[in-house]
Design a protein around this ligand. Sequence first.
Ligand code: HAM
Length: 446
Amino acid sequence: MQEEDINASGGLPTTRFISRQEVVTVNVRRPRGTNDILPEDARKWQLVEAKIRDICHRFGYQEIRTPIFEHTELFERGIGEATDIVEKEMYTFTDRGDRSITLRPEGTACVVRAFIENKLYAQSLPSKLYYVGPMFRYEKPQAGRYRQFSQFGVEAIGSMDPFLDVEMIILPIELYKACGLSDFQVHINSLGCPECRPKYREVLQQHLGEKFDQFCENCQSRISRNPLRVLDCKNPKCQALVAEIPLITNYLCTECSDHFQTVIKYLDLLEIDYELNPKLVRGFDYYTKTVFEITVSSLGAQNAIGGGGRYDGLVEEIGGKPMPAVGYAVGVDRLLLALEQQQIDIFPEQHADVYVAHFGGDTKTAAVDLVVKLRASGLWVETDYMDRSLKAQMKSADKFKSRWVVIVGEEELKTGTVKVRRMDTGTEADVALDQIVEYLSVKKEG
Ligand code: HAM
């Protein structure tokens, strides 16, 4: 007997176990908003990750790996209780020890927690750290927006230098360019600091309050709790209502204004194209001063391939000494999506070095020995595991785009040789079995 159930994740019927004897089939699908990265794509991820590591090395950022889950309080304090992420998007659960735990929705708060807990402030500052890994947000899934996604983030903690703000823009640009992407836009703004922002907040609140009834329900609640977030609403009606609002840039204190001017001066010096966007607010409460986002228009609604900013109050908020900091995170899934959409192919074709073909029996035994030795010498070696005919093995070698095929035949074994065929020219040579590793290794280097 089977009992049908509607799988909440995909609306697909699944079969439940009812008793040990009765049912064994279960049709389990991956949870909504998650992706399987299959080998062909995993290769692309590896290449992008290799570029990330190379760039971080050149910019002097060192890798940090923090847990995938943290105490919920970290994000409530760090990101801000009146943000969409904390209010609606966190994967939070109570563990068996009755603690409230959350799968990390972002990496900045985690890195700052680790920075404080491991006393990295006692080492030379700024601490320049990077991470790559999965983040979790309960968002409405669509192209480019997932519930599990990967971020590459960089954080520089302990310095107010505006050059670091600029570094957080040029570092990801270097990555985007290394991936072949050229069509992206940098948006930049300053959100002020606890000195000047409250004044702007007040002016904004008053201005938005005048048209309170015309805003969407979400924005109505934001007006009193977090009015800057109204500027980020995607509802066209709300966007029209904020078309002519007072702008934060006119309310910055001297320190914030000077800082922002220096950032702009460096960007101009380095000939980085950017757009000043005084309505750019970002979705976290920890930001102070400079904020930025990089977008790709071809991605449609989810067009941000990264974003970041300065967060000079976060270290203290999480329990450390007051210390300035700035960071940026790239959405790796979206970066790969943009490359795919724009048909940018930076991924080299894969070629096996050698395919070892055999005819079973003694030739198989000799092939096993050869395969292991060739792999130990550093070559990518494929062989037949399915008792295929020679013709089928040659097809298989073609599929792997193998440079050479080594044929281990009965006759050749008697004379202690094997046949080596170069696949691009079709030329063949008889090579002594005990010389084959050296022969192919030299050929590869040559
Ligand atoms: P964020 O803007 O929330 O910033 O995320 C950075 C990037 O992650 C986004 O621009 C986007 O490319 C990608 N991303 C975000 N949510 C999703 C999703 N649901 N699916 C796919 N990709 C997504 C932060 O997380 C900050 N911690 C950045 C930062 C670092 N600020 C300072 N330091």
